[in-house]
Design a protein around this ligand. Structure first.
Ligand code: ADP
Ligand code: MG
Length: 271
């Protein structure tokens, strides 16, 4: 069974793309079949894995085929990265999609329909969302089984979180009642500062009742920023560094929380 995870936060620069890449490669390293979807017209995921930004066949082309009801090869857009993951790329041409979706019937479910054509081939599909709560992000949430929310560890984003949770709640009510929140991932933490530690403590304290916060915290390290310029995951670029270690640990947490959800699901079936 394939698990589809949206990596979402309408704030930019919180390490959504970095998390999608390194969770994806982390899962692939433990034998999972992984597909990454670049759902951001900025194309950072595509470029961060070393692919060119002017590709002709992209996520946009695939979604257009769905919208127009054409017969098409859903695998035509797939790129293979040497670290063992598959990628559906995007570039700035995707930015027209948010608008053109507005006139489409079932406009929130275009991405879902596309992923249904691919999901049998993968254990995990990770969707790297754009920094907004527009129609593309709604499409990602409608297609997903769960959401992971990266948050900058030194910043208490109460207002932004409320907006995101409202959107997730609306998607659950109207489009995807089974959507779960896997949790919040604290990223870009400068562990040397007292501020980061107090923010982390108060985040955990304040949110514990409402939402899971992953145990793993991703530290700040220049190697993480450099790896995307090299088109590599952090495991390839700096395999003994703190960020590689943290993402490997985070990968284990994600697998574990998937197993727990599955067990719950199965036991509620057998009842
Ligand atoms: P988003 O997708 O949420 O906009 P990115 O993953 O692109 O965020 O990360 C924002 C910037 O921070 C990028 O330049 C990225 O290379 C850098 N970055 C991400 N994670 C780390 C980290 N752990 N340490 C240092 N820089 C990081
Ligand atoms: Mg991004």
């Amino acid at each position: 069974m394939c698990k589809i995870i949206a990596i979402a936060n309408q704030k930019g620069g919180v390490a959504k793309t970095t998390t999608t890449i390194n969770l994806g490669v982390g899962l692939s390293k433990v034998g999972k079949r992984v597909m990454l979807i670049d759902a951001d017209p900025q194309g950072h995921l595509t470029m961060g894995l070393g692919f060119p930004k002017n590709l002709r066949v992209t996520l946009k082309t695939m979604m257009e085929n769905i919208i127009m009801g054409l017969e098409f090869d859903p695998r035509e857009a797939i790129l293979h990265h040497e670290e063992g993951i598959d990628v559906i790329p995007s570039n700035k041409l995707l930015s027209g999609m948010d608008m053109s979706l507005f006139t489409v019937e079932d406009r929130e479910k275009v991405l879902k329909e596309y992923l249904e054509l691919l999901e049998n081939d993968y254990d995990y599909i990770l969707i790297d969302c754009m920094p907004s709560l527009g129609m593309l992000t709604i499409n990602a949430l409608a297609a997903a089984d769960s959401v992971i929310v990266p948050v900058q560890a030194h910043y208490l984003p109460l207002k932004g979180m409320t907006q995101l949770m409202k959107t997730i709640g609306k998607v659950q009510r109207q489009l995807n009642p089974d959507l779960k929140i896997d949790g919040v991932l604290l990223t870009l933490a400068d562990m040397r500062t007292k501020l980061a530690r107090t923010t982390e403590d108060s985040l955990r304290e304040n949110y514990r009742k409402y939402i899971r916060i992953f145990k793993t915290v991703i530290p700040v390290a220049i190697a993480a920023a450099e790896s995307s310029a090299a088109g590599q995951s952090i495991y390839e670029y700096d395999k003994n560094g703190t960020v590689a270690k943290a993402y490997a640990e985070f990968t284990r947490e994600v697998i574990h929380c998937g197993e727990k959800q599955r067990n719950k699901h199965e036991s509620s079936f057998s009842r």
